[in-house]
Design a protein around this ligand. Structure first.
Ligand SMILES: [Zn+2]
Length: 122
């Protein structure tokens, strides 16, 4: 998803800012790991993906919105992304990584997002 996602999307910056403020230090876009997780806290063996709801087919309003033209094309493409995401998560889990997926639509509610991140890293 490199071409469409970009490494510095706003949702990712929000997550990074929250982690940094909470005192966590991390690496970004670790390509050595399956799926090149957006944020990696190696000492904790924790990997965080920040996913756009549309591209990664989130089960939410924004994620359900499929363009009216080329509908089948988009549905297939997004389904492929979902399959790949799941594979990356299970590969990481099998290697004893803890994985958290943050969705774009969760960014709006920073207090909740912050709680989720801290609970995950605790
Ligand atoms: Zn969503």
């Amino acid at each position: 998803m490199r071409a469409v996602k970009g490494a510095n999307t706003t949702p990712e910056l929000v997550v990074r800012k929250l982690l940094w403020a909470a005192g966590y230090r991390y690496r970004l876009n670790v390509r050595a790991l399956p799926g090149a997780p957006d944020i990696v806290l190696r000492p904790r063996k924790a990997a965080i993906f920040v996913h756009g709801c549309f591209w990664h087919g989130h089960d939410c309003r924004r994620g359900a919105r499929v363009p009216k033209t080329n509908r089948a094309y988009w549905q297939q493409k997004i389904e492929r992304n979902r399959t790949r995401d799941k594979r990356h998560v299970s590969t990481l889990s099998n290697e004893d990584w803890r994985v958290l997926t943050i969705w774009e639509c969760e960014i709006k509610n920073e207090p909740t997002l912050r709680r989720r991140l801290l609970a995950f890293l605790k």
